[in-house]
Design a protein around this ligand. Structure first.
Ligand SMILES: Cc1cc2nc3c(=O)[nH]c(=O)nc-3n(C[C@H](O)[C@H](O)[C@H](O)COP(=O)(O)OP(=O)(O)OC[C@H]3O[C@@H](n4cnc5c(N)ncnc54)[C@H](O)[C@@H]3O)c2cc1C
Ligand SMILES: *[C@@H]1O[C@H](CO)[C@@H](O)[C@H](O)[C@H]1NC(C)=O
Length: 424
C-alpha cells in the first residue's frame, strides 16, 4: 500500500486543528506543529457567528460550544450617558435562517476543544515545535523547526496567526522584507466577569460609546460576560500588555474605573469590578497582501497568517474558519484503498498551485474588505477629538441602525457563508 500524503500544518490555534480534521477525513496525513510547548491559557473570548460556527459544526464541536454558551439574541448600542443609539433583534433569527446562532466562547475553551478534537482523530500534534524555515522542491516541502528538527511533506499550510513565520518566510523567498504589523493606536483590556443582573434579561452584544473610550460586552455562558475596554494609546507601549498579575489587578481596575467614571450604566462598572482576571492587548493589523502572495508552489496561508485583522468586526476567527472550509473543499479526496489512488496522487502535485491560486483568489477580496472595515470600525468607536466629534459619531451610529434593510443585508452576507445550511 502507498504511503499517505503528509501535510505539514503550522499552528494549533483555530484554523490549524480544523484543517487537520478536514484533511484527515479526506485521506491525507496531517501533522500539526505548535510552537507553544503546552497549549493552555490564550486571550479572552471570541464571538462566533453562524458562518464560523457552521464550519465548527462540520468538525463536531458546535454542540459542545452550544452547551457551554448561550445564543445571542440582540445587539444594543448606548452612549456612555445611557442614551440608546440603536438596537436589533437580528441574532435571534440566525438559528432559523442559518441553522446555527451567534455565540460567545472563552478562547481557551475553544482552543483546548479543538486540540482534543484532533488528538481524538489520532492526528499527530507536536507542541513545542516552532517553525523557523521552509525549503521547497518540485515535489515536496521541508519544514525546519527549533532544536534542529526537520520534517518533509507533500505540502504545507501556514496557520500560525498574526505573527506568522510562514508568511515571513514566503515573502522573503520573493525578495520582500516583511514590515512590522501596524499598530492601530488602540489597546484593549479584556476581562471575564459574572454577568450583572441588569444584563441578564437578554443575551445581547452591547456597545457603549464614550469620549475616547469604548466598551463591548457579550455573554460567553449563562452566568459569565466577556467585556473589553478599548482605549487609545499613542505609542505601542508593550510593557503593560499581556495577562495582568493578581497583585496589579486592583490598581489596574482602578484606572479602568477612572476611564468610565462619568458613565451612567452601573453594569459597565460592575463588569470591571467583578473581573476575575484582566488581559491587555495592543491592536494590530496588516496591509493586505495580493492573493498570489498567499501561496507558493507547496505552501499556502490560512486565517490570520494571510489576513491579520483588528478585532472590531469580530470576524477574524470566523473568516479563518471560512478559509478552512474553502481550502479543504478544493483539495481532492484521496482514498488509499481506491484503484485510482496512485493516479489521484500523481495528479495532485501539479494541481496544487492552481488549487492554492483559486482559493486565494476567492478569499482575498472578502477578507481584505473586512480587515479595512474592522480598522474603520475601531476609529469610529474611539473618538478622541472632543465632545462635538463624539456627538457626530453618535449620530452616525444611530443613523446606521435606522437603516434596517442595509443592516440585515450586511449580516446576511456574512452569515450565509461559507455554505447554505438546511435549518433543522
Ligand atoms: C482582542 C482580540 C479579540 C478578538 N475577538 C474576535 C471575535 O470576537 N471574533 C472573531 O472571529 N475573531 C476575533 N479575534 C481574532 C481571532 O482571535 C483570530 O482571527 C483567530 O484566532 C485567527 O485564527 P488562526 O488559527 O489564524 O490563528 P491563531 O488562533 O492566532 O493561531 C496561531 C497559532 O500558531 C502558533 N504559532 C505561531 N507561530 C508559530 C511558529 N513559528 N511555529 C509553530 N506555531 C506557531 C501560535 O502559537 C498559535 O497557537 C480577536 C482577536 C483579538 C486580539
Ligand atoms: C484612561 O486612563 C488613563 C490612566 O489610567 C489615562 O491616561 C487616560 O487619559 C484615560 N483615558 C480616558 C479617555 O479617560
Amino acid at each position: 500500500m502507498s504511503t499517505k500524503v503528509t501535510v505539514l500544518i503550522i499552528g494549533c490555534g483555530i484554523a490549524g486543528p480544523v484543517l487537520a480534521n478536514f484533511l484527515k477525513r479526506k485521506g491525507y496525513d496531517p501533522i500539526v506543529f505548535e510552537k507553544v510547548s503546552k497549549l493552555g491559557d490564550v486571550g479572552a473570548s471570541l464571538m462566533l457567528m453562524p458562518n464560523g460556527l457552521k464550519v465548527l459544526n462540520l468538525v463536531g464541536v458546535a454542540d459542545e460550544i452550544e452547551e457551554a454558551s448561550i445564543p445571542l439574541e440582540g445587539f444594543l448600542d448606548h452612549t456612555s450617558k445611557g442614551e440608546l443609539l440603536g438596537s436589533s433583534d437580528l441574532p435571534s433569527s440566525f438559528r432559523s435562517k442559518y441553522g446555527l446562532p451567534a455565540m460567545g466562547v472563552k478562547r481557551t475553551d475553544l482552543n483546548l476543544k479543538l486540540r482534543d478534537m484532533v488528538a481524538n482523530l489520532k492526528v499527530d500534534v507536536r507542541e513545542g515545535w516552532e517553525l523557523e524555515n521552509i525549503e521547497e522542491t518540485d515535489d515536496s516541502v521541508t519544514a525546519h523547526f527549533n532544536a534542529g528538527r526537520s520534517v518533509t511533506g507533500s505540502f504545507l499550510i501556514g496557520c500560525d496567526g498574526i505573527k506568522a513565520a510562514t508568511r515571513r518566510i514566503l515573502l522573503r523567498k520573493e525578495g520582500l522584507r516583511e514590515d512590522q504589523p501596524l499598530f492601530t493606536g488602540l489597546t484593549q483590556t479584556a476581562g471575564l466577569s459574572r454577568t450583572p443582573e441588569t444584563l441578564k434579561e437578554k443575551a445581547c452584544l452591547r456597545n457603549w460609546f464614550g469620549e475616547g473610550v469604548h466598551m463591548i460586552a457579550y455573554p460567553v455562558s449563562p452566568e459569565t460576560t466577556s467585556w473589553a475596554l478599548t482605549l487609545p494609546e499613542g505609542e505601542g507601549n508593550e510593557a503593560d500588555w499581556g495577562l495582568c498579575s493578581p497583585e496589579e489587578t486592583t490598581a489596574r481596575k482602578e484606572k479602568l474605573h477612572a476611564n468610565v467614571s462619568s458613565w451612567t450604566d452601573r453594569a459597565t462598572k460592575e463588569l470591571i469590578q467583578e473581573a476575575t482576571r484582566l488581559i491587555k492587548f495592543g491592536i494590530f493589523d496588516r496591509e493586505e497582501m495580493k492573493s498570489d502572495q498567499w501561496h507558493s508552489r507547496r505552501c499556502v496561508l490560512v486565517g490570520d497568517a494571510a489576513h491579520p485583522t483588528s478585532p472590531h468586526l469580530g470576524q477574524g476567527a470566523n473568516q479563518a474558519l471560512e478559509d478552512c472550509f474553502h481550502l479543504s473543499h478544493s483539495l481532492p479526496y484521496l482514498a488509499p484503498e481506491s484503484d485510482t489512488y496512485e493516479m489521484d496522487l500523481g495528479k495532485l502535485g501539479p494541481h496544487l498551485v492552481s488549487i492554492f491560486q483559486a482559493y486565494a483568489h476567492k478569499r482575498q477580496p472578502r477578507t481584505s474588505a473586512l480587515v479595512k472595515g474592522a480598522r474603520a470600525q475601531g476609529q469610529t468607536r474611539v473618538v478622541t477629538t472632543g465632545p462635538e466629534d463624539c456627538k457626530k459619531r453618535n449620530e452616525k451610529v444611530a443613523t446606521g441602525w435606522k437603516d434596517v434593510e442595509t443592516i440585515a443585508a450586511k449580516f446576511d452576507a456574512l452569515c450565509r457563508e461559507p455554505f447554505q445550511s438546511v435549518p433543522s
